[in-house]
Design a protein around this ligand. Sequence first.
Ligand code: ADP
Length: 263
Amino acid sequence: MDNAKKFFCGIDIGSSATKVVLLDQNRNIVDMEAMQKGVGVDNVEKLLKNIYKRHPEISESQLICASTGYGRFSCKEASVQISEITCHAKGVFYLVPHARTIIDIGGQDSKGIRLSDRGTVEEFVMNDKCAAGTGRFLDVMSQVLGLELSKLGEVDQKSDKEIKISNTCTVFAESEVISHLAAKEKTENIVAGIHRSAASKVASLVKRLFITDTVVLTGGVAQNSGILRALSKELGKNIVTPKFPQFTGALGAAIYALEKYAL
Ligand code: ADP
């Protein structure tokens, strides 16, 4: 039997980005990387190649992979597949152990998850039917405004009011934003209104759960401080983000693999 150290890789194949997190058998995070674009399964090959390149001490027989996310069943490298809900729960429980409410905003869906004191899922709600309140809504709006997605939070901070975006449908909201631009409204105030509109959609979803303190925001959209601000206002709660919010699902998958295969 092979006594060599084992490593556990969580692979999250999302609708927008592919993420990997590597854990050693002592639950330490050893590495992580994301590819924001491209085909999920092709990205997995590249991301794993990069791991072997950066860690020549790890051989293929030492690495155990678990996959999650929208594309998890097409991942031939994974020994096991787990739902995103379970993975976000495990990832957040590892990073912020006292948190009991998770809001995850990804590329094409948003979710609310309530955790038990043991870190298991007690209840969850999900929107994967409508782009409003997901990363897709913000991707479209950043293109209309000609702003980089990563700059939206910074721009929001300069706002002195929120321009109301009345349409929840992404296509109609896009036309509304174009009209506000034509009316010479300040870009930062339009951005603040866009964030408020997305946050109100997410808030109405997660309010179906019993929302406990501490609320943790995960997913790629959690990198946008404007969404964090607007969501705190909508829910009347202080919301925190873990250090690497987009990697929580992949981290949870790595933890699952470790718990299943470590012994
Ligand atoms: P999925 O798992 O569905 O692929 P992610 O949790 O990876 O989704 O989040 C992807 C979304 O994150 C993108 O649609 C984009 O809106 C948002 N995003 C990615 N990078 C950034 C960034 N630097 N700043 C703000 N938002 C970002």
